[in-house]
Design a protein around this ligand. Structure first.
Ligand code: NBP
Length: 518
């Protein structure tokens, strides 16, 4: 099939980049009755997509006849001329230099007032830079987080747009239509929302909202991914503990996770974990989880979140530990040789109550997960202050309840917590979580203690508990630390009995060690 040129300005929006995400998002938009111009650097990809999805196969009602459809475009110039004004061009390509190249070529053909939306996983610094450069040309830029992977893009993602507020009314009808929907009363995803169906339910809430100016959307998406790293690592530690300490088989663990999915742990990641643990390898008949090499990859958003937390001095240790856990997993050969040299504890047979231990691990997972969210929201709160984004945390939690990888029942509780108090100093201090963690903390401590005694690595569980204990410590040994700093580096200290901001120094080498005000 060849693509006609030139095009009349008939498309409601356009998608550039037709790999997994771009194709699925474009199909989702077309399903909702919009006409979508599509363009890919390699034209054969565009041609194949059009051949597979001919006119008349889109519209309200999945694959029914309707007005939606695709307009294939060979060149960027054709693509731009195919768009109705104000033009909306959505980019879904490899993040980094490729995104700059595509933005530059779009900007050459677009006119003031037109909107460019970057739906890729751009670093938020890049988004700020691009927004400024495009604004100088009169173009409007939105950096939008898109979460939910391939299936989400196709049938309902969670969308986190940020940038030029005046561009939002232009994008909003499309983003509202294609986003995942949840029931406003329960926060649960509405099944009928997928695939491509119009949701008539008056209680349906779309998993999208304007996040804030500048790079707020991509920042929030980055933190979403950081929390995702922590959530996945915590689940893996729960699995590892139950497998190592209780010697449960993957099939038995699949049942455990299935049962947990009916509790407050109800989430997409728990659901897929149960499914994965029940999977048997067709070649060997072994549990699938045992034939997958234990080396985890990463694309960088967890690292970005951790770097942002270090840069701002806002603690997100559980997210960082999740990134480090992937890093240490990648040293497979080193671990194999170290395992032959380094001894662990004599692992005594577990003599406790097995059912109780399973329940303890469940509760430890829940508490640790709340901590990971507390860290992510703490990070966003600081970034919001620093950048004047005025982030609405209830809204952010609300749009994470459906469509995205971290969708979970917990997010409804977080939504309610921030609706009750928008300026919560820390998520753990919301009354519902104070109580939940208090009720579960004995179990959590038993689990972390058991992991240490048995030599099962639980960096995320342990760091989450240390975060909780640090947070609830009115006094930390930082007094000694600050004294050490003053001793060797004259870094000064504040006194508990003097106003904050007054600094002192002890003249340590002097015999009398006099105190001087700095
Ligand atoms: P990829 O990230 O694999 O990118 C492939 C696309 O980029 C193709 O369309 C390719 O065109 C295009 N491209 C490249 Br590479 N260099 C280009 C250039 N210089 N000029 C123009 N086009 C160029 O695609 P993806 O996995 O669909 O992800 C798209 C974006 O969405 C990424 O930023 C990703 O991080 C983000 N994201 C992905 C997921 C996911 O689950 N995959 C989830 C959420 C967000 P070609 O066909 O000509 O090579």
């Amino acid at each position: 099939m060849t693509l006609e040129s030139p095009k009349p300005a008939s498309a409601d929006a356009g998608v550039v980049g037709l790999a997994v995400m771009g194709q699925n998002l474009a199909l989702n938009i077309a399903d909702h009755g919009f006409s979508v111009a599509v363009h890919n650097r390699t034209t054969s990809v565009t041609e194949a997509m059009l051949a597979e999805h001919p006119a008349g196969t889109f519209g309200p009602g999945y694959r029914g006849k309707g007005p939606g459809g695709l307009v294939g475009c060979e060149s960027v110039a054709d693509f731009v001329s195919a768009l109705k004004r104000p033009r909306v061009a959505i980019i879904l390509i490899k993040a980094g230099k490729a995104t700059d190249a595509v933005i530059d070529s779009l900007a050459e053909h677009m006119e003031p007032g037109d909107v460019i939306v970057d739906g890729g996983n751009a670093h938020w610094d890049d988004t700020s830079r691009r927004a400024e450069a495009l604004s100088a040309k009169g173009l409007r830029f939105i950096g939008s987080g898109v979460s939910g992977g391939e299936t989400g893009a196709r049938f309902g993602p969670s969308l986190m747009p940020g940038g030029d507020r005046e561009a939002w009314p232009v994008l909003e009808p499309i983003w509202q239509a294609i986003a995942a929907k949840v029931d406003a009363r329960t926060g649960k995803p509405i099944e009928g929302a997928a695939p491509g169906k119009t949701v008539d339910d008056e209680n349906a809430e779309a998993c999208t909202a304007f996040i804030g100016p500048g790079s707020a959307g991509h920042y929030v998406k980055m933190v979403h991914n950081g929390i995702e790293y922590a959530d996945m690592q915590l689940i893996c530690e729960a699995y590892d503990l139950l497998r190592t300490v209780l010697e449960l088989s993957p099939a038995e663990l699949s049942d455990v996770f299935k049962a947990w999915d009916d509790t407050e742990l109800d989430s997409f990641l728990i659901e897929i974990t149960a499914d994965i643990l029940g999977q048997v390898d067709s070649k060997t008949s072994k549990p699938f989880v045992d034939i997958v090499l234990d080396r985890a990859g990463q694309k960088g958003t967890g690292k970005w979140t951790s770097v942002a937390s270090l840069d701002m001095g806002v603690p997100a240790p559980t997210i960082a530990e999740a990134v480090f856990a992937r890093a240490i997993s990648s040293f497979k050969d080193l671990r194999v040789s170290a395992s032959e040299v380094l001894d662990g504890p004599e692992s005594p047979e577990f003599e406790g109550d097995r059912a109780q231990f399973v329940e303890d691990v469940r509760q430890a997972l829940y508490c640790s997960k709340i901590c990971a969210y507390a860290q992510g929201f703490g990070l966003m709160a600081e970034a919001s202050k620093e950048n004047n984004w005025d982030l609405d945390f209830a809204e952010i939690a609300q749009i994470w309840r459906g469509g995205c990888i971290i969708r979970a029942a917990l997010l409804h509780e977080i939504t309610l917590a921030y609706r009750e108090r928008a300026d919560l100093p820390n998520l753990l201090m919301a009354p519902a979580f104070v109580e939940a963690v208090d009720n579960a903390q004995d179990a959590w401590r038993r689990v972390v203690a058991t992991s240490a005694l048995q030599g099962v690595p639980t960096p995320a569980f342990s760091s989450a508990l240390a975060y909780y204990d640090s947070l609830r410590s009115a006094r930390l040994p930082a007094s000694l630390l600050q004294a050490q700093r003053d001793y060797f580096g004259a870094h000064t200290y504040e006194r508990v009995d003097a106003p904050r901001g007054e600094f002192f120094h002890l003249d340590w080498p002097e015999k009398e060690r006099p105190e001087v005000q700095a």
